[in-house]
Design a protein around this ligand. Structure first.
Ligand code: FAD
Length: 343
């Protein structure tokens, strides 16, 4: 990654010697916190902890633009994450933060866009309906659909947003370094575990499984509205216009660890998207990518005291909605840390 890229600003790639070894408050300095993971969850937690006055260091095997978070579409849309009531509350908090960013901080890469979730049968409003202002039924669905829901949602261009989060963190005095842990470290009094899918191995948690997502990018052809059809659970169709391109998806293949795009899948994704959004017919394909959504039957967000009286806060398993829930989860991580360690 280029040295002047904000996603590596404040980052070292020196490996082992980058691990903080200072144990907590010393000489009046704020307690040191080690955050594992530089996806949207780790970075959002790190930013909120730094804002709360902690001395925050993010250590990650993959830097932000190399993570699953960078592959996310990333539409505010609670999808393949549980439990519903908590997902809804975390998502509602994030919605408000993203609206604030879209209004006041264009450099963060967040825009509010109108769009539609289309359904093939009539049904009640989604479980997260209260998180969205002005959710309304789709009055004239396209052929083949029974209805759906229309609303304004934040669209987060991760290629801009993740570097912006890093910049925010380093402005607050935090750091980001590349480091791969073989096990949870015991070198800091507080560790926040945001390892995503890799928490499966790092914490020995077999309930975290991949839900593979393949997407492609096409050129921006002037599209402003997003659309989602998840009536086929394995083959959701979504089209999300970003600042300079359009994300077209996708797949949701549970238990599939393949990280390479499958060409025949790309063809199927494009065909389904073009049926739904005819404006894409001649849009040039710019690239394709795969991400493994870190799904868990319940997001794990809890504090654990270790035998040697350190604190580990786990925050992983956000499935298909990590961006959507990020700020709500980050606030809760800060509350858990504060309950144990004052800044
Ligand atoms: C195709 C696709 C589309 C998606 N669309 C959306 C969407 O529209 N909206 C939405 O909200 N979400 C979406 N998601 C889901 C979203 O991407 C995830 O929920 C989110 O990225 C999870 O973030 P995370 O920070 O937990 O994990 P990750 O982004 O995977 O980050 C994990 C971090 O932990 C680090 N790490 C792991 N193990 C170690 C270790 N041993 N030592 C050090 N560091 C380690 C990694 O290197 C990485 O930095 C989508 C996902 C996919 C794949």
């Amino acid at each position: 990654m280029a040295a002047d890229n904000p996603s590596t600003r404040g980052a070292s790639t020196s490996g082992e010697d980058a691990v903080p070894d200072v144990m907590g408050r010393r000489g009046g300095r704020p307690p040191r916190i080690l955050v594992i993971g530089a996806g949207v969850i780790g970075l959002s937690c790190a930013v909120r902890l730094a804002e709360a006055g902690y001395d925050v260091h993010v250590l990650a095997r993959d830097l932000p633009l190399e993570t699953t978070s960078a592959v996310a579409a990333a539409l505010w849309y609670p999808y393949r994450a549980a439990p519903p009531e908590r997902v809804s509350a975390w998502s509602a908090t994030s919605y408000r933060v993203f609206v604030g960013l879209a209004e006041a901080t264009p450099a963060a890469g967040v825009r509010i866009r109108t769009g539609r979730e289309l359904t093939t049968s009539a049904g009640p409003p989604p479980s997260w309906a209260d998180a969205v202002p002005n959710l309304r039924p789709v009055r004239t669905p396209p052929p083949g659909y029974a209805g759906g829901w229309e609303f304004e949602a934040p669209v987060i261009d991760t290629s801009v947003y993740l570097p912006w989060l890093v910049e925010r963190l380093t402005d607050l005095g935090g750091t980001l370094s590349r480091h791969a842990f073989a096990e949870l470290p015991n070198t800091a009094p507080v560790v926040v575990n945001c390892a995503g899918l890799a928490a499966r191995k790092l914490t020995g948690d077999p309930t975290v499984v991949p839900i593979r997502g393949q997407i492609c990018y096409v050129e921006q052809v002037g599209l402003t509205e997003w659309v989602v059809d998840e009536s086929d659970p394995d083959r959701p169709v979504y089209v999300v216009p970003r600042l300079h391109d359009i994300v077209v998806g996708g797949t949701a293949e549970e238990g599939d660890w393949e990280r390479q795009p499958r060409p025949e899948t790309t063809e199927a994704i494009l065909a389904a998207a073009r049926r739904l959004v005819p404006e894409l017919a001649d849009a040039r394909v710019l690239g394709q990518r795969v991400g493994l959504r870190p799904f868990r039957p319940r997001v794990r967000l809890e504090a654990e005291r270790t035998g040697d009286d350190r604190l580990v806060v786990h925050c992983y398993g956000h499935g298909g909605a990590g961006v959507t829930m990020s700020w709500g989860c980050a606030d809760e991580v800060v509350s858990l840390v504060r309950a144990h360690v004052a800044a």
